[in-house]
Design a protein around this ligand. Structure first.
Ligand SMILES: [Zn+2]
Length: 425
């Protein structure tokens, strides 16, 4: 569940994945994907008024996110204000803040979390910032992201805002989705082969993110998946064609928690307080997809756990494991890292960020390529430490200013000294 407030430490004139509170002052908005914890305020009257009164203010997103968003009638009024950005093609975007025009180069990367989900890379006068949104990417992915690199070297990322959903030691390993899929295929095959009245019911929670499973199950068993939300996919034909809204035409049901009660009118179901119970003619195998259930003992052999004769839990995650996040952060080597998610109750952002810094060795940057980068690195670290809610007084400002000059001179001196032996031996 995202806890990101919407504003980064730089580029304060834009907001990401939040559309309420002080974000209503922003001059541009970015939506990483269509999950409700990233859409707070997006459907509210205040945000609609903001857009109506400032016609240069736009909401940027990927093409697929736009399609999914506008499939819900409550967001249709946003259509004239949406700007689609391409994936992995840097675009210079002009953002109008009063009389000031900011030019920011923005690059989208696929985040592998759900259809349309992206990361945003911002480059411009306020530095280079990467916001991952939610992501699930295999190890080595950052290495292949061309626009995180400049030629053969990595770009210097000043601030990284990262999905820390599973940044806990218990979630160091989460099986890859292909492994989970194969287990699911085996469960489905064994059950539906017993007869036409044998149904597999997938218990799901998030609105989007299971499309990969629907398509794979359709291809394997040549049967459409029953999904009451199939209408959401009208604009995504590849997904829509593998789904049906008629439960009598399928032996695989995709069910969402809230819908189990709503759909009590089905002739073959009887409703109880919080769940639908099938009648006696149908024999159900219940498969609940979750991650948290497994994180305390996530080993390859634990991909599925049998709860009873007709009930299984299957490990499935659209968020990266701790080791996958660390692999990503280690490659990016940002000057500062910020957690987007508090992974467990009672933790603080600073403890999650400290864990990441320790695991990823962020205190020891591998390489600084130039005197300017070294200066920049030290200045950013220094300005980060002095940022906060309380404004420094004049005396403190003078000290800060002197220290900044001192650090800048030292950085240049260190760089020159470090190069001296190479050039004169
Ligand atoms: Zn999400």
């Amino acid at each position: 569940m995202s806890c990101f407030g919407g504003k980064m430490h730089s580029y304060k004139f834009l907001s990401i994945d939040r559309f309420d509170g002080n974000n209503l002052d922003s001059s541009a908005y970015f939506l990483s994907h269509c999950h409700t914890d990233h859409m707070v305020g997006l459907d509210k009257h205040e945000f609609a008024s903001k857009l109506k009164n400032h016609n240069l203010v736009k909401v940027y997103m990927s093409e697929v996110t736009k399609i999914l968003l506008l499939s819900d009638p409550k967001y249709l009024h946003l259509k004239p204000h949406i700007c689609v950005l391409p994936i992995e093609q840097p675009k210079i975007v002009k953002i109008f803040e009063g009389k000031t025009i900011h030019e920011v180069t923005i690059t989208l990367f696929s985040a592998g979390h759900c259809p349309g989900s992206v990361m945003f890379l911002f480059e411009g006068n306020d530095g280079t910032c990467l916001y991952t949104g939610d992501f699930r990417l295999p190890k080595g992915s950052a290495t292949r992201m061309k626009h995180l690199h400049s030629g053969s070297s990595k770009k210097l990322i000043h601030h990284l805002y990262v999905d820390t959903t599973f940044c806990i030691p218990d979630a160091n390993f989460i099986p890859e989705r292909e492994i989970c899929l194969q287990k699911l295929i085996n469960l489905v095959k064994n059950w539906i082969s017993k007869g036409k009245n044998h149904i597999v019911r997938l218990n799901l929670s998030a609105k989007y993110g299971y499309e990969y499973l629907y398509q794979a199950l359709y291809e394997t068993f040549n049967t459409k998946i029953y999904c009451a939300r199939a209408g959401n996919y009208k604009c995504l034909p590849d997904v829509a064609e593998v789904l049906t809204t008629d439960p009598t035409h399928s032996q695989i049901y995709a069910c969402f928690k809230k819908e189990r009660v709503k759909e009590k009118d089905w002739s073959q179901w009887e409703a109880t307080n919080d769940e639908i119970v099938p009648n006696k003619q149908l024999k159900f195998l219940s498969v609940t997809l979750s991650t948290l259930y497994f994180t305390h003992a996530a080993l390859p052999k634990d991909v599925q756990i049998r709860i009873s004769e007709t009930s299984f839990r299957l490990c499935f995650s659209f968020h990266s494991s701790l080791s996958e996040v660390c692999d990503f952060v280690r490659h990016v080597q940002p000057l500062s890292v910020h957690a987007n998610v508090i992974p467990r109750v009672g933790e603080s952002f600073s403890s999650v960020e400290q864990r990441l810094r320790n695991l990823c060795g962020l205190k020891n940057r591998e390489k600084i390529n130039s005197a300017d980068e070294m200066k920049e690195a030290l200045m950013m670290r220094f300005s980060f430490h002095q940022s906060g809610d309380s404004k420094p007084d004049i005396f403190w400002r003078l000290i800060c200013s002197s220290l900044k000059s001192f650090i800048s001179s030292c950085a240049t001196m260190f760089y020159v000294l470090s190069k001296f032996p190479e050039t004169h031996v």
